[in-house]
Design a protein around this ligand. Structure first.
Ligand code: FAD
Length: 521
């Protein structure tokens, strides 16, 4: 390939020399126009064509001979609005170049879109003697542009019609595009819902969020809870997907660069969550009622066995005393009667023991104590309202799930909450306040239930956990088994339950339960 020849400095016009013909021979100008890749025509002052180059012939389909002497309007398809020509001519009359788009018709009748520039050519007196027209066929470019616009309009209308909120973010998480559903969220969640939800996802997922982001990994259906003061909590299911685009700026023409975009889809699932919660709470209510019924039965029977053991033991001792006194006790009718009574009593006790409902085993599973306590508090709302108790619920933002038996744990916390409500109900003085909090303590979780009631005296601190110990006088509702059962459930879970003696005034129950690490709540 020949290298382009660079003229010697001696051949270049000296600065200030205006006549290009001095260095470029006039025939070169003619050749340039002849060989130009643009359709070039030269007209007189009335737009009658005097000259057309080969590209003009190729683009319009007219030979030079067919157009020379004709007005340029030979190319007009007559759909270009009149105002366009008027503007064109007004500009030319002011001896200014005009550029614009015209719909032209070729010789064969086909149409094309011409990107036309007309330049007036002035003589030495400043009069317009000719016009230079240069145009190219931009139909394909226009078609592609329109196609892109059509696609964009289609995508926008589909996105707008979607029943979920959709928002497109750039790499700095600035909103580039959103839809109607997203705009509705602005009214609900403040001026930038995407920022609120991205922050909530970041908190919920932790370092994994930024790792996923760095490797452009998507997320699907992550449920996010947004709590706002004085408003019901809102739940959203969020999905993230990434896509990349070639940088379209001129800078990136030879060095292609990519831009990354994040598509966040947001579905408001608050109603669904409320329904799920209602179903869960109803099920919990039924389960606890059933548990309570069985427990009541178990306690009553165990209580009866416990009460009968005493007199029976006394009778047994009496029989033994009589046996020691007499040579042949079989002859003593009293001893015989007592012996029969003891035997019958033992049989009755065994029958009673056998009728105590069996405590069916329950599967160990991952239990989210925040949800358990939340549901129990919801369930206790009528009782809390009736007792005028103000509840301060302080769940840990991220509480690991524990391995446990869900029903037993519900029974445990229901017992502790009921005890607190009852203590507050009986309390005659001061505010009736209850505080329930959960805490993540690395190898265990801690649940604290505090009430501002009368508290438990120091001397009863351990006794209250004994079976059948009650401060209320045993009746149908107070057999004194509640804390004993609670203690047993905690022990079965390898945890501890204690009363914080330093807490004044009132009562603070603290439950600690072990939890395996790495189990998300
Ligand atoms: P016309 O009757 O030609 O004019 C329409 C309106 O334009 C009139 O109402 C009048 O106000 C104004 N007008 C027209 N001629 C003049 C004039 N000489 N002086 C002042 N005002 C005038 N048109 C195309 O459609 N396609 C082309 O590719 C094209 N290329 C051109 C290239 C050059 C170099 C020039 C000078 C013009 C070109 N034109 C082209 C414009 C063309 O000359 C016509 O004006 C146009 O086609 C409209 O034609 P018409 O018959 O519909 O209306």
């Amino acid at each position: 390939m020949n290298k382009p020849t660079v003229p010697d400095d001696a051949n270049l016009p000296a600065p200030g020399i205006a006549d290009p013909a001095a260095v470029v021979p006039p025939q070169v100008f003619r050749l340039v126009v002849e060989q130009a890749a643009l359709a070039i025509s030269i007209t007189d002052a009335h737009a009658n064509i005097l000259y057309a180059n080969p590209t003009f012939e190729r683009v319009t389909g007219y030979s030079r001979a067919e157009v020379i002497g004709h007005n340029e309007s030979i190319l007009s398809y007559r759909v270009t609005p009149k105002i366009v020509y008027e503007t064109l001519w007004a500009q030319l009359k002011r001896q200014r170049p005009w550029n614009g788009l015209l719909v032209n018709r070729r010789k064969d009748g086909s149409r094309y879109l011409a990107d036309l520039t007309i330049t007036p050519v002035l003589d030495a007196d400043g009069q317009t003697t000719h016009y230079l027209g240069m145009h190219r066929d931009v139909t394909e470019m226009h078609r592609l542009e329109r196609q892109v616009q059509n696609h964009k309009a289609l995508i926008e209308s589909v996105v707008d019609a979607a029943q979920v909120a959709i928002v497109l973010l750039d790499e700095n998480e600035h909103v580039l595009l959103d839809n109607q559903e997203y705009k509705k969220l602005i009214g609900d969640l403040g001026k930038e819902p995407a920022a609120t939800l991205m922050a909530a996802l970041r908190t919920q997922i932790g370092p994994g969020f930024d790792n996923a982001r760095a490797s452009r990994r998507g997320l699907s259906n992550r449920e996010v809870l947004i709590e706002q003061p004085h408003r019901p909590p809102r739940w959203f299911s969020c999905s993230i997907s990434w896509f990349e685009e070639q940088d379209v700026s001129a800078d990136a023409f030879y060095e292609p660069a990519r831009r990354h975009y994040l598509l966040l889809t947001i579905q408001d699932i608050s109603e669904l969550k409320r329904q799920q919660e209602a179903i869960r709470i109803n099920a919990l209510h039924a389960l606890l009622a059933e548990q309570e019924r069985i427990q009541g039965l178990r306690e009553a029977l165990a209580g009866a066995v416990y009460q009968l053991e005493g007199p029976l033991n006394m009778l047994e001792a009496a029989v033994k005393m009589l046996e020691r006194r007499k040579e042949s006790p079989g002859d003593d009718p009293l001893a015989t009667v007592l012996d029969d009574a003891v035997r019958n009593g033992r049989e009755t006790l065994e029958t009673l023991r056998a009728s105590i409902p069996y405590d069916a085993g329950e599967l160990v599973q991952l239990v989210d104590l925040n949800t358990v306590l939340h549901d129990l508090l919801k369930l206790s709302t009528p009782a809390l309202l009736a007792a005028g108790v103000v509840v301060d619920w302080q769940p840990a933002a991220k509480l690991p799930a524990i391995q446990g038996r869900a029903t037993q744990l519900s029974t445990l916390f229901k017992q502790l909450l009921d005890n607190a409500v009852e203590a507050l109900y009986e309390s005659r003085s001061g505010q009736r306040e209850m505080r329930v909090s959960t805490l993540d303590c690395s190898d265990h979780v801690e649940i604290v239930i505090e009430d501002s009631g009368p508290g438990i005296p120091e001397e009863w601190r351990y006794k209250v956990f004994e079976p059948f110990f009650t401060t209320k006088g045993a009746d149908q509702h107070h057999l004194g088994m509640g804390l004993a059962i609670a203690q047993e459930i905690v022990a079965r879970h390898g945890g501890t339950l204690d009363i914080d003696a330093s807490y004044q005034p009132g009562c603070r129950m603290r439950v600690q339960l072990p939890c395996p690490r790495g189990e998300p709540s």
